[in-house]
Ligand binder design. Sequence first.
Ligand code: SF4
Length: 325
Amino acid sequence: TESVQAQPEDLTVRILSLLKEKEKERPVRKVALQFPEGLKRKAHGISEALRRAGYEIVISGEPCWGACDLDLDLLKNSDILIHIGHAPVDERENVIFEYFSQDFDISQLEDAITSIESRRVGLITTIQHVHLLDDIIQFFSDRGIECVIAAGSERTPFKGQVLGCTFEAAKNTGCSEIVYIGTGLFHPLGVHLATGARVVAFDPYTGRTEIPDERRMLIKRHALIEKAKEARSFGILLSKKSGQRREELARKLEVLSDKADIIEIGEITPDALLNFGYDVYVNTACPRLAYDDQARFPVPVLSPQEFEIVCGAREWEEFEIDEIT
Ligand code: SF4
């Protein structure tokens, strides 16, 4: 598999030019840099280059998984925060988003073509590959497949872009078959559950094509819901993170049970919850936490919709994947 990562030098050149643009509006001296976990190793190279250009640099040491998780405390003491790796999920003053692009050899998609059943498909991807969409549309068109790409929600500013918490760009294609290009099976599974469409998932890193099957996940979620029905206490997790805070939802869930308390929290980890000892937690932060990280927690961590099922406010047949809209 060929995959080419943008180099720190390219990123530095782009960041410097963005800073020069910003300086036309007002002086910028102290620059805060924030990297998601997978890019933290690039911090030193970029910091060094920006220092040489005369800026005072501070790097956020907090964990970060998305543009929903801006280090706004660090920004309070800096002129500007540069968030690297993601497109914005909301508008923020004095934050520059420099997303990270990764190329791959489009001819690998030949394999995915054999798994596609329709002549017209929705096409979606993650921010890393959005810049390749025009070339991919042409590649498919040359092989007789028409691609539909659609705008998503405010959290996904690029056409065809999806996040693990927002599948609008898939829904808006209106297609009954959708091709997802990106790593992992969470996004395609989410798209399948959110749209009901058949999803063909192509992973550019492994070169593999898969048709995600939701059955195993639903069996597990059903078992957690059944276990949660025995709970004597529920902790509803309300995130402090800039783009994960859903207070209205947390309050709406709280009234469903007199056994539920709201816990405001930054980083949700088993250690952070250990001493509370609730029987079940309800996650209103990043939706992936409940689905992907359940194995790390000793008690059920439910999505808002699953909690509604536990409380009798929703039927199991109305199961929906949680999205931040
Ligand atoms: Fe990604 Fe979760 Fe943040 Fe959505 S809420 S952008 S899925 S980390």
